[in-house]
Design a protein around this ligand. Structure first.
Ligand code: NAP
Ligand code: G4F
Length: 344
């Protein structure tokens, strides 16, 4: 029998890659989309799968809507990827973020519980829950210390997922995914901001990129690899929680350096702190500046994941390394800009 999957957040980066993955596996994919004045299905179009998925209306703020939809579709698996996912915004919209990323998950869990606990459930948890990391590398047993309203809301939903598994015997898994990027990443996130900015510099559309904390370190992987891990978790006999990461950490400064190399620029760094600049070695022009508006009130300084459990139990491993990821993102942005293709 054809399996049915309901993906919340299908219009986002991970939703698009997961849809592609599940469609290839023969799933009937339903994509929950909240009402906006212009629904953005450009990532699904980009991957050529818009006509292979069924778009259904659903907002994580509205439990009646969730209940009716899940009852009607009767999915075998629910992947909850919908969220206010931008950490910086969570400082300005902490209540909205808590509602969607925290209580929104409980709305879904309650719906499944009321239906007898039937669909398997995947929750998109995050390495941002480690925040001020208490050890390095971080694994499933590392204590949490979230540093943003986003991280705190996600920690609540992480524990809710575990509680529904333990209290109501539900097949609910939580994937603690470290940062994962791609050419489909939103342009407000630092990696895509840099790859897009470098492409614009190469084509002489802008002179420089303004960034915040260049010292922040992240374990960056490729989103296409990470959606496979979500699916693998739901195929096991027992539900569990898994860290998904590459096991390498790099600073924002290193990302900038490699992205500049992709457009044949070598960067020399000058000054320190808020006055740091990145200069093109050949021309002497400043192409990177620090702008305090992009720094955070409380920062997650260092993330490095240990995905040994996922490797051993799920047989999962990443296929794209850091350098290839950076090159891939800059190449895609260059091509898009040359083709005047600005759909996201
Ligand atoms: P994304 O590109 O920002 O996508 C977020 C999705 O959530 C969009 O489809 C968005 O719809 C939807 N959404 C937002 N508010 C909603 C609401 N009230 N009701 C229904 N849908 C709503 O995020 P992503 O990078 O794909 O990440 C997917 C999930 O993984 C998120 O939960 C994120 O927090 C989590 N995560 C991401 C990473 C990462 O590095 N990418 C790491 C760990 C965890 P619109 O198109 O209408 O905005
Ligand atoms: O790209 P970012 O905005 O991602 P962040 O905050 O790590 O969050 C992402 O990863 C989480 C997993 O750990 C997800 F749960 C979450 O949904 C999201 O996908 O920022 C990365 C780092 C930060 O330390 C930030 O301070 O880059 C630093 N940064 C420096 N300059 C910047 C900038 N971030 C952004 N967005 N813009 C800048 O100009």
């Amino acid at each position: 029998m054809t399996k049915k999957a309901l993906i919340t957040g299908i219009t986002g980066q991970d939703g698009a890659y997961l849809s592609e993955f599940l469609v290839k596996k023969g799933y009937k994919v339903f994509g929950a989309v909240r009402r906006t004045s212009s629904i953005n299905t450009s990532r699904l179009s980009y991957l050529g799968i818009l006509n292979d998925v069924e778009i259904v209306p659903m907002d994580l703020a509205e439990i009646t809507n969730i209940q009716r939809l899940v009852e009607k579709i009767e999915p075998d698996e629910i992947y909850n990827l919908a969220a206010q996912s931008f950490v910086q915004t969570s400082y300005e919209q902490p209540i909205y973020t808590s509602d969607i990323d925290g209580i929104g998950v409980t709305r879904l869990l309650e719906t499944i519980r009321n239906l007898g606990g039937k669909p398997k459930f995947y929750q998109a948890s995050t390495s941002e829950m480690f925040g001020k990391a208490q050890e390095s590398p971080q694994n499933e047993k590392t204590p949490f210390y979230p540093r943003s309203p986003y991280g705190i809301a996600k920690l609540y939903s992480h524990w809710m997922t575990i509680n529904y598994r333990e209290a109501w015997d539900m097949f609910a898994c939580s994937g603690i995914l470290f940062n994962h990027e791609s050419p489909l990443r939103g342009t407000e996130f630092v990696t895509r901001k840099i790859s897009q900015g470098m492409a614009q510099i190469a084509l002489k559309k802008i002179e420089k990129i303004n960034l915040g904390n260049l010292n922040a370190e992240r374990d960056w992987g490729f989103a296409g690899d990470y959606v496979e891990a979500m699916w693998l978790m739901l195929q096991k006999d027992q539900p569990d929680d898994y860290v998904i990461a590459t096991g390498e950490t790099h600073s924002v400064r290193e990302f900038v350096q490699l992205a500049a190399n992709s457009i044949d620029i070598d960067i020399v760094w000058d000054n320190k702190g808020d006055h740091e600049i990145g200069i093109c070695k050949k021309t002497g022009e400043t192409i990177i500046s620090v702008d305090k508006q992009y720094t955070r009130p409380s920062e997650t300084d260092h993330l490095l994941g240990d995905a040994s459990k996922a490797k051993k139990t799920l047989g999962w491993k990443p296929s794209i390394n850091f350098k290839s990821l950076v090159n891939m993102m800059v190449e895609h942005d260059l091509k898009r800009m040359k083709d005047n293709n600005f759909w996201f």
